[in-house]
Write a protein that binds this ligand. Structure first.
Ligand SMILES: Nc1nc2c(ncn2[C@@H]2O[C@H](COP(=O)(O)OP(=O)(O)OP(=O)(O)O)[C@@H](O)[C@H]2O)c(=O)[nH]1
Length: 349
């Protein structure tokens, strides 16, 4: 058995930042390194797994892609992540490198801390935590909440124990980073990008390296092999939650909600997408993604919305025997009106 510790890269970043896109690109240029991929997403529809399994990389086959579906990885470390890692490490053919994509709502800190569990620590080390940033969303002020409005919401609803869940999560994910990828730079000009750099830097005390990317195009040689051993430094990267609840009150995701909408076929995708943008804007939907059945088309339409920016493209043919259908996962803050959003989307098909 190879006694060297296997490096594991943790890829984190807020909903829609471009984590899956970056991993897809990474898998296409790992120079023969055998990768095991552990992916976790928020919501009951495994879109990221579908996308990554569909890329057909030889060095990361469907068997090497493990989906954790029992909730957000940071809250299910003991029940889900550790047993998964143990099984992975028992495989006869061990991977050269493990890549973990956290959900967009995960705090990376509990996950990194799990690498200090005795059975894991002896066999694996955290090569580095990479935080992907949606530069366009930062530029649009999505992570700089209006503190007055947040406070008003908190007074209305005492279950919101944080100041601003989105802003805090964004900072927690930056706080844990060894490398920050400012993604989506195609959507900004130079001055805008400069402001994003300043804004991101102002939110972290440590100074991890920051690089820029479009469509997550960063060579594997940059992403893999950071060699940090982040598990030894978790104490310096505490999340807001850890700082506020030193006594160990469990973290949860009560501030966010998700549900799946299932629809019939969508005959006119362009009109559907246009109308969907309206629903997203009206109800402050943070993220919406899934697959659409367009009648008469042999291909499945993939739909990806981050705020009201919506991408859609035919990604692969419906497989023989596969039930065609339109299934979309919707993610928002917990005060999102699920019934109203559901009704509005159902009315579009
Ligand atoms: N314009 C632009 N779009 C991008 C870029 N990178 C990713 N996207 C798009 O952003 C959307 C979200 O990308 P994903 O890679 O799914 O994001 P993610 O971080 O994995 O999302 P979650 O898993 O839901 O948190 C998709 O429509 C991508 O095509 C980029 O650099 N520029």
């Amino acid at each position: 058995m190879n006694q060297q510790k296997i490096p594991a890269t943790v890829i984190t970043g807020f909903l829609g930042a471009g984590k899956t896109t970056m991993i897809r690109n990474l898998l296409s240029n790992t120079n023969g390194k055998k990768i095991a991929l552990i992916i976790n997403e928020f919501g009951d529809l495994g879109v990221d797994g579908e996308v990554l399994k569909g890329c057909g990389a030889e060095n990361c086959t469907e068997d090497d892609i493990i989906e954790l579906t029992n909730g957000c990885i940071c809250c299910t470390v003991a029940d889900d992540f550790i047993p998964t890692m143990t099984k992975l490490l028992e495989r006869e053919q061990r991977p050269d490198h493990i890549v973990i994509e956290t959900s967009g709502l995960a705090l990376p800190q509990p996950l990194v801390a799990a690498f200090n569990w005795p059975d894991i620590r002896t066999q694996v080390t955290v090569d580095g935590v990479i935080t992907v940033v949606d530069s366009a969303a930062v530029a649009a002020g999505r992570f700089a909440d209006d503190h007055g409005a947040v406070e008003a919401r908190r007074v209305e609803d005492e279950s919101l124990d944080h100041e601003s869940p989105i802003e805090e999560l964004f900072e927690d994910q930056l706080t844990c980073a060894d490398l920050i990828v400012l993604n989506k730079i195609d959507l900004l000009d130079t001055a805008g990008l400069g402001r994003v750099r300043d804004e991101v830097a102002s939110r972290i005390a440590r100074k991890p390296v920051m690089i820029e990317a479009r469509n997550g195009e960063v060579p594997a040689s940059v992403l893999l092999g950071l060699g940090v051993g982040t598990e030894d430094d978790v104490a310096n990267r505490k999340s807001h939650h850890e700082l506020e609840h030193e006594d160990g009150v469990p973290h949860d995701h009560d501030e966010f909600d998700s549900f799946v909408v299932e629809l019939g076929p969508v005959a006119d995708p362009a009109t559907f997408v246009d109308a969907l943008k309206g629903v997203i804007g009206e109800h402050d939907v943070l993220r919406l993604k899934g697959f659409v059945d367009v009648p008469g088309k042999p291909m499945r339409l993939q739909l990806q919305a981050v705020g009201s920016r919506v991408d859609h493209y035919f990604d692969r043919a419906w497989a023989p025997g596969e039930a065609r259908g339109t299934r979309l996962v919707v993610i928002g803050l917990h005060d999102m009106d699920e019934a109203a959003v559901r009704t509005a989307i159902e009315a579009l098909a």
